[in-house]
Design a protein around this ligand. Structure first.
Ligand code: ADP
Ligand code: MG
Length: 351
């Protein structure tokens, strides 16, 4: 145990030990397919993210793991045990929702201790545990306040402390930062990652925000229309996408046939310039150029049809900010090593 009172899982136990498994799981609501077929293995100690657009089945997957819903078919295993017959409160999982759902009339320590008190843990012990959990989310000095006296970010921390005080094996988080503004969201992302690393609790995290997924996760499952398109690390998804859907959903992409070219791997040169040995090129006319501070985004209408997006880092200050403006005749060039084949020889990850 560390001084926050949480019991970190031994590092060795984190090595590919399955903790949550979904096998051939399907779920419909009144005939509408929410999950078509999902196979998934999450390992103990992982920060695992379910990423996908709205309606792709992420929340349904979490609710099935939590036990709020029953699958139409397939198996859900926690620690290798089929949990089909276990109600939510008998599963070693806890859920953090976006809307916090704190009790307004209770102090923070009472809010966090609530679950333990419901389990008949004596008050002094429950409050001591709650205080430790509040300390872990850096709210030790706020224990006596009511939720209304907190900012949105602080309330989200209380919701986290309340879920973690039960020391779940798995914490399920459904878009927990969705209601926060961008800056606070970034701050909370770092904090969540820190808490997850420190406690060793397995996190299954739902988001539709690819930046959030890429920055926090050990592995990510990309959902589309009730199915998983790919499971992998941020690197796998970005550099070796299994499908055009993944290539397009994760980051910006130029897709030429089955070849993926990420915009930041491309270079722009004036039309007449030669390109280095080993480079591919296409000619075109600049249609749009937007200075974005760190980078400039240029859209080029290609001579042979279609468009390409180029992102160039603004490393050297250029007078007037833009190197090329709409109407300029340019060549888009890239080293052959910049090409990735969609669905090519990538590691699909363990599904
Ligand atoms: P996500 O969390 O990825 O946005 P959901 O898992 O909430 O997606 O939903 C997947 C699909 O199932 C959607 O088409 C949604 O409308 C449908 N769905 C989810 N919950 C219900 C429900 N309780 N009743 C009917 N349809 C539902
Ligand atoms: Mg959802």
């Amino acid at each position: 145990m560390d001084d926050t009172g949480f019991n970190p899982i031994m590092a060795e136990a984190r090595v590919n030990q399955p903790i949550v498994q979904l096998e051939d799981v399907a779920k419909t609501y009144g005939g509408a397919v929410a999950l078509a077929r999902v196979d998934l293995t999450v390992h103990a100690g992982e920060f695992f993210t379910l990423l996908g657009p709205s309606g792709s089945g992420k929340t349904t997957t979490l609710r099935l793991i939590a036990g709020f819903e029953r699958p139409d078919k397939g198996k859900i295993l926690l620690d290798g045990q089929d949990v089909a017959t276990l109600p939510p409160f008998e599963r070693a999982v806890n859920t953090v929702f976006q809307d916090y759902a704190l009790f307004p009339h209770l102090t923070l320590v009472e809010n966090v201790a609530y679950g333990l008190r419901a389990k008949k843990v004596p008050k002094p012990e429950a409050h001591a545990e709650a205080e430790k959990a509040l300390a872990a989310v850096q709210l030790a000095n706020f224990a006596g306040r009511k939720p209304a006296q907190l900012s949105g970010g602080q309330r989200q921390r209380v919701a986290l402390a309340r879920a973690m005080v039960n020391r779940p094996r798995v914490l399920l988080l459904d878009e927990p930062l969705g209601a926060l503004d961008l800056k606070l969201r970034h701050q909370m992302q770092q904090e969540l990652k820190r808490l997850q690393t420190e406690t060793g609790i397995t996190f299954i995290y739902v988001t539709h925000d690819q930046d959030e997924a890429l920055s926090m996760s050990d592995r990510i499952a990309v959902f589309s229309q009730g199915k998983i398109e790919q499971v992998g690390t941020a690197f796998d998804l970005y550099e070796r996408p299994a499908s055009a859907f993944v290539a397009d959903f994760v980051g910006n992409s130029n897709i030429l046939g089955t070849t993926l070219l990420r915009p930041e791997k491309l270079h722009l040169v004036p039309h007449a310039h030669a390109v280095p040995e080993g480079y591919e090129k296409r000619h075109g006319i600049v249609r749009e150029a937007v200075y974005l501070g760190a980078v400039t985004r240029t859209i080029v209408a290609l001579e042979d049809g279609g468009t390409m997006q180029v992102m160039e880092a603004n490393i050297v200050p250029v007078h007037g900010a833009l190197r090329f403006v709409p109407g300029d005749s340019v060549t888009v060039a890239w080293p052959r090593s910049a090409c990735a084949v969609i669905g090519g020889e990538y590691n699909k990850g363990e599904q």
